[in-house]
Design a protein around this ligand. Structure first.
Ligand SMILES: Nc1ncnc2c1ncn2[C@@H]1O[C@H](COP(=O)(O)OP(=O)(O)OP(=O)(O)O)[C@@H](O)[C@H]1O
Length: 250
């Protein structure tokens, strides 16, 4: 299910090279993403977070380009925050302000609301979601999962056209995971979810499997997740066989 009232934006990577520190992470990567829901899977270190950092403009490509509905994303300036927003894997990398309402107001202020208006809107937004009592709470008093929820709410309130979620379920309890899944299903934005929990993206029409910065699988979630699981099973079996040979020789 998706609730997009307009067609999702088209994100196009063309021959992108991305280097982080001295490490080449993405090499000659070309992709076109125009589906409302997209899953991104792959091993630790495959390049998923790096790709997200590129897509929200935190990092720029060393070669190639990224287009958002035909516009160069890395030349867009402030306009880019209306296009793409990211929820970080670790909420502490994202949250800046001491209270929930101030954190939520931040994105609204950058959209020209005054500080007072932005805080009032943030309080109203929280109240609509039954979280009015969170408004003045100190971020430091929230659990990790609750902080992740604040990051999600901060994205929802600023409503960029594309939302990048990096391991969004990692710290959430089961009710929190169900709520986030429902929120994602109902979100009017294009949503791209990076996750190691395949059940969250298996029913997506499009899943991309990233392997050492390259696309190894791309297609319907059922197929790509099954191919990834099969590859993992093969890797694990090979590793166990090696370990058993080593231990029998010792
Ligand atoms: N700041 C950095 N400087 C240099 N190399 C980095 C930096 N951050 C990440 N890398 C490298 O980039 C590669 C991709 O890392 P990335 O964090 O994008 O992977 P990932 O797929 O998101 O992994 P995970 O599933 O563990 O979150 C890895 O080889 C990693 O070591």
């Amino acid at each position: 299910m998706n609730c997009l009232s307009t067609p999702p934006p088209c994100i196009e990577l063309s021959h992108v090279r991305l280097v982080r520190g001295n490490t080449p992470v993405l090499e000659d990567l070309s992709l076109q993403w125009a589906q409302p829901r997209i899953g991104l899977i792959g091993h630790n270190g495959a390049g998923k977070t790096s790709l997200f950092r590129l897509l929200c403009g935190l990092d720029a490509p060393a070669a190639g380009q990224v287009l958002f509905d035909g516009h160069n994303l890395h030349e867009a300036g402030r306009e880019r925050t209306r296009w793409v927003g990211m929820m970080f894997q670790n909420p502490d990398d994202q949250i800046i302000f001491p209270t929930v309402e101030e954190e939520l107001a931040l994105g609204l202020q950058s959209r020209s609301a005054s500080k007072r208006e932005a805080k009032a809107q943030a309080r109203q937004f929280l109240a609509q979601r039954g979280l009015g009592h969170w408004a003045e709470r100190a971020i430091s008093s929230l659990s990790q999962g609750q902080r992740q929820m604040v990051c999600w709410l901060a994205l929802l309130i600023t409503a960029p056209r594309t939302v990048l979620l990096d391991e969004p379920y990692a710290s959430l309890d089961l009710p929190g995971q169900a709520q986030l899944a429902d929120d994602i299903a109902a979100a009017p934005q294009q949503v791209i979810v990076s996750t190691h929990v395949l059940s969250h993206v298996r029913d997506y029409a499009r899943v991309v499997w990233l392997d050492q910065g390259q696309v190894r699988g791309d297609g319907p979630g059922e197929e790509v997740c099954a191919a990834y699981e099969a590859a993992v099973a093969t890797e694990v079996a090979a590793r166990r066989a090696r370990r058993s040979v080593l231990s029998s020789g010792s």
